[in-house]
Write a protein of this length. Structure first.
Length: 360
């Protein structure tokens, strides 16, 4: 018999309660807001309005408090984006969730809904390790998309619970859903958001093509290969500077003297460091020997730069340099490369580029 905890709905509601879809909940927003006399909450910057479907507001609380303040925008442009946070236990389960459940789910959904837009990121917050999955399709199809994912994710999390029950009461495998509203300020208005969504989906699809046992065994090297390929699209005069700044940023703005490792300082003047840089270059070559991996990573870099040179790029008020910086990191995140690894990868690539420049 399942525990009381595992009998609860994965979206946070008791199994005896009626199921709420995100969009059905959204349709009730105007009535809820008109009945509320509270001040609007300030809009969040990273997620759109919404609440956990199936979880009723507590007594005497103000309903839909995290939606107020953006209701006018939300209702004027009826949302078609779903935003899932899927909580699991540990890094390995995030890997398996992507490989065994998200990948086949996306394949199935794209077969049913050819206009599907989607992307994902890995994340950890106070609730633990989770995957953030965002999807959009036509208004007529979004409910079916949601119902399919709810069933699939519920079955996946129950499978994990059966295989490895959680004994720590502070941790729970579950998923929550919200409405996702595009981040116009972050991406530079509607044109910037549409452009970013295409890039986010390209990166997500490239990573889905790479995931598997080979990727898990050499995760940082996949990140290194991806980073090196993306930087090649920059003007040659910017590449060395980009790698130096990227390493510095993800190191926590470390001064040069702190680039000390067990094998010595990562400095152009250190012979061991130069050897590590050459070794990384050779290892990147070994990663790209695999036809499938090479096709996925080089194809992503090519399509990324094709978009940056397309006519719609002129409508996006962001520099190529900034867009590359942002999307290299996001795709490394999807590959499972953490910022500290990104910093060392970029530092070694910088060392290799600096040494090559000096030797030329």
């Amino acid at each position: 018999m399942r525990s009381a905890r595992s009998r609860r709905s994965r979206s946070g509601s008791a199994s005896s309660m009626p199921r709420w879809s995100v969009r059905r909940f959204a349709r009730s927003i105007p009535r809820l807001v008109r009945s509320s006399s509270s001040k609007p909450c300030p809009p969040a910057t990273s997620i759109g309005g919404g609440t956990v479907p199936g979880r009723r507001p507590p007594p005497n609380s103000s309903p839909s408090s995290d939606i107020r303040g953006r209701t006018e925008t939300t209702m004027r442009h009826r949302p078609t984006w779903l935003y899932y946070r899927i909580y699991v236990v540990g890094f390995d389960e995030v890997d398996d969730l992507i490989e065994s459940h998200v990948k086949p789910a996306i394949t199935s959904l794209r077969g049913s809904f050819p206009d599907l837009r989607w992307f994902f990121l890995r994340y950890v917050d106070s609730g633990g390790f989770h995957l953030r999955l965002r999807l959009a399709t036509g208004a007529a199809d979004i409910d079916s998309c949601e119902e399919y994912l709810d069933r699939r994710l519920t079955a996946a999390l129950e499978e994990y619970d059966d295989a490895d029950p959680v004994r720590d009461l502070s941790v729970e495998r579950r998923f929550v859903k919200r409405l996702y509203e595009p981040e116009y300020t972050k991406f530079g208005g509607p044109a910037g958001v549409a452009f970013a969504e295409r890039l986010l989906q390209l990166g997500s699809e490239a990573v889905l093509s790479c995931v598997g046992a080979r990727h898990r065994a050499a995760r940082p090297l996949y990140g290194a290969a991806h980073t090196a390929l993306m930087v090649q699209g920059l003007p040659s005069a910017q590449r060395v500077t980009f790698l130096h700044q990227y390493a510095w940023s993800w190191s926590g703005y470390a001064p040069s003297r702190t680039w000390q490792t067990s094998e010595g300082q990562l400095s152009p003047h250190n012979a061991a460091a130069r050897h590590r840089a050459r070794r990384l270059r050779d290892q990147i070559g070994l990663v790209l020997v695999d036809d499938h991996t090479r096709s996925a990573l080089t194809g992503y870099a090519r399509e990324f730069w094709d978009l940056l040179r397309s006519p719609e790029r002129a409508l996006v008020p962001r520099s190529d340099y900034l867009l590359v910086f942002h999307h290299v990191h996001l795709t490394n995140n999807r590959l499972g490369v953490v910022p500290a690894e990104e910093a060392q990868i970029a530092r070694l690539l910088w060392l290799g580029a600096t040494t090559a420049f000096e030797e030329a």
